[in-house]
Design a protein around this ligand. Structure first.
Ligand code: CUK
Ligand code: CUA
Length: 642
């Protein structure tokens, strides 16, 4: 590969920095709405009592959570705790959910989530689950779209900066995780300058079964590049997975002069079906690995964490035809596959053009062995031989692309702060709209599948500036909703989003199974400390541990007067909510408890620990307004000296 000291790259990088400054490129017309539809208000208005047409599941970035919005209204419906403790409902604080945040590094109650992706059947979003990655302490979570709760978290061993994740194949055979940092594989104490040629970039393929349970099938021991975004093939390219790479120079310090020298990095094309077969026939090598696998069980309402010890690793060179590199200009970030599966779009973030590869040309090039050498034994395909086309004058700093299912693609440009619509096949630019400001990802419901629901697009912008009433230097990020049914994109709405929403997944509401029904049934409650009726409530002492089997129902706790507790005891409140209605939670808060409160759903049992420090008579109460007598929902614990 040709090494050129890329002056353009550096120029663009400096632009990248100033684009966040006060004089945004192309954002001079502040607070004008771009191509704002005159009847925009009407088109996003969802009348009181009416429901939105789509769910938008928006990553909460460094909040570690996933936030649910309705489209087109932009109304925030729920925040789902995933990788972070959440006092609102005690997630990560209650004894039942603490194991969800266990890792090989111990309890890690925070995360940086980036890319949600909805499970698919036959290439269509199916509304069963949404997966999301955690970048910092590499993990993938599965959230049920029936309960809107996090049900499973698997840690990714031998990975660092779990970024190319968590995209699913078209029948949810795999959810895939990459590594943004190359690392010693397995980890060891070596000089950082030892990196080049020695560090690896393992790509992890996690099999998903019919119940949604995740299990690492294999890890592909790739060369030590940085792996960025990824996308599964679909249709004809089903069976392949594509990953962008950057820093193929393998520089261990990423001052731009070191890491952006190569004019082209790669898109790695991985034939996972071949590797799956190889592994099924006993291929690969088991190596030591330490990673937590945390599963929430619905019958017991309790999560368990298992520490796994081995992972199967595959050297791509051992599987004929498993991996090829497609040269792609200018440090590609996004890697997006169109609904037909034929086009693979590489967004070179230091470029103005977009490079589109053709899957069918790629197959031909492989057949003809149209190679330009290799990288660590992996064939590099000739650039021209896979090139389908180039989108010229797209803008500056392309990041991500989505599709509307009508032959059009939409690409975000961070530096020139705009969304550009272009045509697949002819590569002509059809429309461009400024974003306010500096857009990262964009999302079209189903835009990651064979059947996009191409009615709306949201752009998720990094800079908020003057879009809302000022709230100090920290401003929530801003999303913008466009109607994309016409020739031109029409801006309809701005709405703030929580954390940094790198990406989002969308689905029409009628495909989601959540409805007004009871999730936790009392008659199916297998929690070890459940009290299924008021008669079953009790206080049991075991040494200095005290278990209070408590129930709640409008509007009292049972028991509500507890005596015989001593300073130094460890008191477990196991609270079962006996309500019959599906949506009447009760809360439980104890004075001085430093482990948050509980929010217990009907039929559910949850546990919180309280360690009294002082003698006295101490109150507890219900935190969730549950009836006219909510304020009467209270009790006392008497604490005596030892
Ligand atoms: S990344 Cu944030 S804008 Cu994590 Cu998908 Cu490109
Ligand atoms: Cu129960 Cu308020």
């Amino acid at each position: 590969m040709k090494k050129i000291s890329s002056i353009l790259s550096i120029a663009i990088l400096s632009l990248l920095m100033v684009s966040c400054g006060d004089d945004d490129a192309k954002s001079g017309d502040k607070r004008s709405g771009g191509a704002m539809a005159s009847n925009a208000a009407e088109r996003v208005y969802v009348a009181p009592g009416e429901h939105d047409e789509f769910y938008a599941l928006i990553s909460g970035g460094y909040s570690g959570n996933l936030t649910v919005y309705g489209l087109p209204s932009g109304r925030m419906l729920k925040e789902i705790p995933v990788f972070s403790q959440f006092p609102t409902n005690g997630y990560g604080y209650s004894e039942e959910t603490i194991p969800m945040l266990n890792t090989s590094f111990g309890f890690v109650p925070w995360g940086d989530s980036h890319h949600p992706d909805i499970s698919q059947t036959n290439g269509e979003t199916d509304g069963r689950w949404v997966f999301i990655n955690e970048n910092n302490t590499p993990r993938i979570a599965r959230i049920s779209l029936e309960t809107f709760e996090t049900e499973e978290i698997i840690e990714i061993p031998h990975s660092a900066g779990n970024h190319s994740s968590s995209f699913v194949t078209e029948n949810t055979e795999y959810v895939v995780a990459g590594t943004r940092f190359s690392v010693p594989y397995p980890q060891e104490d070596v000089a950082i300058s030892n990196m080049k040629g020695n560090f690896k970039g393992p790509l992890t393929f996690i099999a998903v079964d019919d119940e949604g349970h995740m299990k690492i099938d294999f890890q592909l021991k790739m060369p030590g590049f940085n792996y960025d975004l990824s996308h599964p093939g679909r249709g004809d390219s089903h069976g392949w997975f594509f990953f962008t790479t950057y820093n193929t120079e393998e520089a261990h310090t990423l001052q731009e002069v070191n890491a952006s020298q190569n004019d082209k990095d790669f898109i790695a094309a991985v034939n996972w079906k071949k590797i799956q077969e190889y592994v099924a026939n006993g291929g690969g090598e088991e190596i030591d690995a330490e990673y937590a696998h945390n599963v929430f069980d619905h019958a017991t309402h309790t999560a368990t964490s298992t520490m796994m010890k081995k992972v199967l690793t595959v050297d791509p060179r051992d599987v004929e035809g498993a991996v090829y590199f497609m040269p792609t200009p200018k440090s590609p970030h996004g890697c997006d596959v169109d609904p037909s599966g034929e086009y693979i779009v590489g967004n070179g973030k230091l470029s103005t053009d977009l490079t589109v590869h053709s899957f069918s040309k790629m197959l031909k090039a492989i057949e003809n062995q149209d190679f330009d050498g290799d990288a660590y034994g992996i064939p590099i395909l000739n650039f021209e031989s896979t090139l389908a086309g180039t989108v010229k004058e797209g803008g500056l700093g392309p990041l991500h692309t989505e599709f509307d299912g009508k032959g059009n693609a939409y690409t975000t440009f961070f530096i020139s702060s705009e969304v550009v619509k272009w045509k697949l096949g002819t590569w002509e630019v059809l429309d461009r709209q400024p974003s306010y400001y500096s857009v990262g990802h964009l999302m079209i419901p189903g835009g990651n599948s064979r059947k996009p629901e191409g009615k709306y697009m949201i752009s998720m912008n990094k800079i908020t500036k003057d879009r809302y009433l000022p709230t100090g230097p920290e401003l929530e990020h801003s999303a913008q909703l466009y109607d994309i049914t016409g020739d031109k994109m029409e801006l309809l709405l701005d709405f703030p989003t929580h954390g940094e929403p790198h990406y989002a997944a969308g689905i029409s509401a009628d495909k989601v199974k959540a409805n007004s029904k009871k999730i936790y049934r009392l008659d199916e409650n297998k929690h070890k400390y459940a009290a299924l009726s008021e008669d079953a409530t009790k206080v049991v002492r075991e040494g200095n541990e005290v278990h209070v089997y408590m129930t709640t129902v409008r509007s009292h706790f049972s028991p509500d007067n507890i005596e015989g507790i001593k300073v130094g005891d460890k008191v477990y409140f196991h609270v079962t909510n006996l309500e019959q209605d599906f949506d009447v939670p009760h809360g439980f808060a104890m004075i001085g408890a430093n482990t948050s409160e509980l929010l217990i759903m009907p039929g559910q049992t949850k546990t919180i620990i309280w360690e009294p420090k002082k003698e006295g008579v101490w109150p507890f109460y219900c935190t969730d307004f549950c009836s006219a007598l909510h304020q009467e929902m209270q009790g006392y614990v008497r604490v005596s000296g030892r």
